[in-house]
Design a protein around this ligand. Structure first.
Ligand code: RTP
Length: 148
């Protein structure tokens, strides 16, 4: 089954949005496979966002990610990468539809609350980076009520 990496950014943690965000993924039917609260080093944040290193906002982005604890998660389910991005909303919160996490909770692109992997390949790399210890092996007992 497909997995994705989801990170609640420091603003989401500081603003007390962790419970609501987890609840949205749970209610959709996705399965939580990994979860931890941690504050990352600058070099780690730079690795996570390496693809964006040439962007003018890169330094500010790294400063933001290291500014406080984040919640790192692995979620599993059918099409969870694409659907996770849909639940999150567009990168710019002002362009995110109401009902999405960014549409409901954010205004500025540089304080957009949450990250989600943009492809199955990125998810694989990000899960390996953030969870080198591996993630839980379990299947929800609700599985047959969520999937036909
Ligand atoms: P993410 O990686 O965080 O899920 O976001 P994304 O795919 O929707 O957007 P991406 O283009 O990968 O940008 C990563 C993060 O960089 C910040 N950003 N700031 N100031 C700006 O113009 C700007 N553009 C992007 C955002 O925090 C974005 O989520």
């Amino acid at each position: 089954m497909e997995q994705t990496f989801i990170m609640i950014k420091p603003d989401g943690v500081q603003r007390g949005l962790v419970g609501d965000i987890i609840s949205r993924f749970e209610k959709k039917g996705f399965t939580l496979k990994g979860l931890k609260l941690l504050t990352v080093e600058r070099s780690f944040a730079e690795s996570h966002y390496a693809d964006l290193s040439s962007k003018p906002f890169f330094n500010g982005l790294v400063e933001y990610i290291v500014s406080g604890p984040v919640v790192a998660m692995v979620w599993e389910g059918k099409s969870v990468v694409t659907t996770g991005r849909t639940i999150i909303g567009a990168t710019n919160p002002l362009a995110s539809a109401p009902g999405t996490i960014r549409g409901d909770f954010a205004i500025d692109i540089g304080r957009n609350v949450i990250h989600g992997s943009d492809s199955v390949e990125s998810a694989r790399k990000e899960i390996a980076l953030w969870f080198p210890e591996g993630v839980a092996e379990w299947q929800s007992s609700l599985h047959s009520w969520i999937y036909e």
